[in-house]
Design a protein around this ligand. Structure first.
Ligand SMILES: [Zn+2]
Length: 426
């Protein structure tokens, strides 16, 4: 392994170039399968063309670039280049562009001990399919295709229509799993998107796992009515929904979980009409599978209670569920060592309450770890997302070191066939 580290400044310059190319006044607009996303992919592909790597796009639109190693097994680095509408320049893109730099650095050294792959997972944000981690879930074999039926894109189109127009064939999407054959490690660098590192005064953290999420759509049904009806006699579905949401938050706090609802549909949504229908989509997250199960029972009881009080009824549909994923202890240790070597301070170890492609890789049985770079004020999914260049440089160098440390474990090892765990699963 060469002593020349990855060029972090080049990563920052590349990120600025990518932002320039794919953002407008409201921020990054790299929604999967849209023109700015294709532009980002074209940009990435042109950078990869300068390297001795093989580029391939799988059945779920994930892009893979392989630097052939002395062994068929593969270490994978990457993240996602797609963004939410009006996103930041670092969310996802940092891990992809830093991975590109790792490939550049390794390419100069001749074949690594095992192959090194860069992946740009498609549709991580889920804005187009209504399904977060779309590409990595397809690669991991955990994509629940039947749930796509009811999903819509952020602008209200049926998810199946968006996918069809993008040329994604769900009948063959499972073949994306073949790209994980022989994977021995997955490493993802990402911004924290929260304030824990800022509060701790730390630049970079080793991430220990991702939370599980349970997403449902619930609809409260009441009776359309006139404001003259006394409040105590109304069947107001909007009030029921509001009570449900505020009490759901309290329940989550009780059970060491968190909850979010960013989607509400009021019918008929007219100022002087008591709403006869109110639907909302909510998430519950926790690092503990048992707590998720407890929360499921608790929110159903809560909905019953609220409806009894507000003379309404409720129905619900599951929208999405993902189990908590713990990362690989040895890789977490390597990541912490890399951070400590670079910063001279103990490395924070954090769980990730938000989802990441790395969670899907861990669920696929691949030893996985993530590195978080401090986000200023925790702002993300916004054009105001920011991380200090010095912190980004440390994160990029830490990623580079984790890759080197992981490769060193395979130096001089007997070449082995693909990961037997994955072979079996396929
Ligand atoms: Zn992200």
């Amino acid at each position: 392994v060469s002593d020349v580290p990855a060029d972090a400044d080049r990563v920052l310059a590349d990120l600025a170039e990518l932002a320039e190319l794919t953002s407008d006044a409201n921020g990054a607009q790299r929604l999967t399968w849209t023109a700015p996303w294709s532009e980002a992919r074209k940009w990435l592909t042109s950078k990869l063309a300068e390297l001795p790597v093989e580029v391939d796009v799988d059945e779920a639109s994930n892009l893979w670039a392989t630097l052939q190693g002395r062994d068929e097994r593969a270490l994978i680095v990457g993240s996602h280049i797609d963004s939410v509408p009006g996103g930041g320049r670092f969310d996802g893109a940092l891990g992809v562009v830093a991975g590109l730099e790792v490939l550049r650095r390794l390419s100069a050294d001749g074949p690594p001990a095992v192959s090194v792959k860069l992946v740009d997972f498609a549709e991580e944000e889920g804005d187009q399919s209504g399904m977060s981690l779309f590409g990595s879930a397809a690669a991991a074999g955990t994509l629940e295709v039947e749930l796509l039926q009811a999903n819509t894109s952020y602008d209200g189109r049926p998810a199946l229509e968006v996918l069809r127009e993008a040329g994604v064939a769900l009948e063959v999407i499972d073949r994306a799993r073949t790209r994980l054959e022989g994977a021995v490690a997955f490493v993802e660098l990402h911004i924290e998107q929260s304030t824990r590192l800022e509060h701790a005064g730390a630049a970079v953290a080793a991430v220990t796992g991702t939370a599980g999420v349970d997403r449902h759509h619930i609809r409260f049904a009441g009776r359309r009515d006139h404001p003259a009806r006394p409040m105590g006699e109304r069947a107001d579905s909007l009030v029921a929904a509001a009570r449900f949401l505020t009490e759901l938050r309290a329940l989550a706090q009780e059970h060491d979980a968190s909850t979010l609802c960013g989607h509400l549909v009021v019918e008929p949504n007219i100022p002087l009409v008591v709403a006869d229908g109110c639907g909302l989509t909510f998430d519950i997250r926790s690092f503990d599978t048992a707590q998720l199960a407890t929360m499921e029972t608790a929110w159903r009881e809560l909905a019953d209670r609220v409806c009894a009080a507000e003379r309404t009824t409720w129905t619900s549909e599951p929208r999405w569920r993902i189990e908590p994923a713990a990362f690989d202890e040895e890789l977490v240790q390597l990541a912490a060592e890399a951070i400590e070597e670079l910063t001279g301070a103990p490395a924070p170890r954090l769980g990730s309450p938000q989802l990441h492609d790395a969670g899907e890789m861990a669920r696929a049985g691949i030893p996985t770890v993530m590195l978080f770079v401090q986000s200023v004020a925790g702002i993300s999914h916004s054009k105001d997302e920011f991380s200090h260049p010095g912190h980004l440089r440390l994160g990029i160098q830490a990623l580079d070191r984790v890759v080197s440390k992981t490769l060193a474990r395979f130096d001089g090892a007997q070449p082995q066939p693909s990961n037997p765990l994955l072979k079996r699963a396929l």
